[in-house]
Design a protein around this ligand. Structure first.
Ligand code: AMP
Length: 344
């Protein structure tokens, strides 16, 4: 077994909660660091509630754990610098830097030979008209940093009607995709790689609604998707689980986004695989061997968002529905409250 007994997790949302539960099954403890409300704290060994600029709290947190990981990639650089001076951070800083910034991310992906949507750097509102002239319409303006679930994005259909995001952005050409898929892949420190089957994702209003496995696409597409994912984790010398979102187009796969963490579109693995994405991430970070990623059953994962919570009583009576609720308070519109994995 590894020397690691306690894992520090930056971010206390549902991903941290499910990571912590997976760690506990392996006899490990988790310490959560979260400035706000922390559903993960309910199932962890320890919780620190402090902002990311509280040096004393960060130091005490780092000293109490053996290794640090994260469920949230927008942790400020200054906090990471301090934490990394005390304990290793896995996945590494390069993976974080690449995925925190859409411009860096796309440049990195193109640099390792992978296709992205055509894009232009738009540092300020003044640069927008030029970028639209170059990329064309329809296109999507996205803030370089801090975007998630479609937040910080503006759809541009008319070059005469430009709306600004309010922050440095990238303009992306609109991709005419036939499907959106994602690959959840894990890489261990010794270079072992294990991918889960690609899932078919359906988004509404920028938020993931469901993931279906198998994804129903050809063996060529799913193999290509896994090879792309492996190329990304190898290029970053990555340790942990990564979620990679791809668009399926007639001319091949286009990488939309990479997330250096467990991913919503990998929740199906809880019902589909012996070792799910959460345990896989904990194993990688703790220096344990990975599971193989093999899927044993067909699964449809559906997010429970806002008023979807009203469906829980009925779902509880369905024999093939595995329900996960995150223990969050109020079911506000657009808020991810839980998910259900239905097995075939
Ligand atoms: P993102 O926040 O980048 O993951 O975008 C959220 C969702 O918006 C994606 O899952 C797609 O459904 C859609 N989307 C984002 N970028 C593009 C694009 N360049 N072309 C077409 N659809 C997009």
């Amino acid at each position: 077994m590894s020397e690691i007994r306690c894992i520090g997790i930056l971010g206390g949302g549902q991903l941290g909660r499910m990571l912590s539960a997976a760690a506990s099954r392996l006899g490990l403890r988790c310490h959560i660091y979260e400035p706000g409300a922390a559903p993960a704290g309910d199932v962890a060994h320890a919780l620190t509630t402090a902002p990311y600029d509280d040096e004393a709290a960060l130091r005490a947190f780092a000293e109490s754990v053996d290794v640090i990981t994260y469920e949230f990639e927008n942790v400020p650089t200054s906090a990471l610098d301090l934490l990394e001076s005390i304990r290793p951070i896995r996945p590494n800083r390069r993976a974080l830097a690449v995925s925190q910034d859409r411009l860096t991310e796309k440049t990195f992906l193109n640099g390792i030979g992978l296709a992205t949507a055509p894009f232009a750097d738009v540092p300020s509102e003044r640069d927008l008209a030029d970028a639209v002239a170059r990329i064309g319409t329809p296109s999507i303006l996205k803030t370089r940093r801090m975007g998630y679930d479609g937040k910080g994005q503006v759809r541009i259909t008319d070059p005469e009607q430009l709306e600004w995001t309010g922050a440095p952005s990238v303009l992306e050409g609109f991709v005419e995709f036939s499907a959106e898929i994602s690959v959840i892949i894990a890489r261990a420190a010794d270079g072992q790689v294990a991918a889960f089957d690609p899932g078919l994702n359906v988004h509404r209003e920028g938020i993931l609604r469901s993931t279906t496995v198998p994804c129903g696409l050809s063996g060529k597409v799913t193999t290509d998707a896994v090879l792309i994912a492996a190329r990304i984790v190898n290029a970053l010398d990555y340790v942990g689980v990564m979620g990679i979102e791809l668009f399926v187009t007639p001319t091949g796969l286009i990488v939309n986004e990479i997330a250096p963490r467990v991913h919503n579109s990998g929740h199906w693995t809880q019902a589909g695989c012996a070792v799910d994405q959460f345990e896989q991430h904990i194993r990688a970070v703790a220096g344990l061997p990975l599971g193989d990623g093999k899927r044993h059953v067909d699964v449809v994962m559906e997010n429970l968002i806002g008023e979807d919570m009203d469906r829980v009583p009925e779902l509880l009576t369905s024999p093939r529905a595995q329900i996960h609720l995150y223990g969050k308070g109020e079911a506000r519109p657009g808020r991810k409250m839980g998910h259900v994995n239905r097995i075939a």
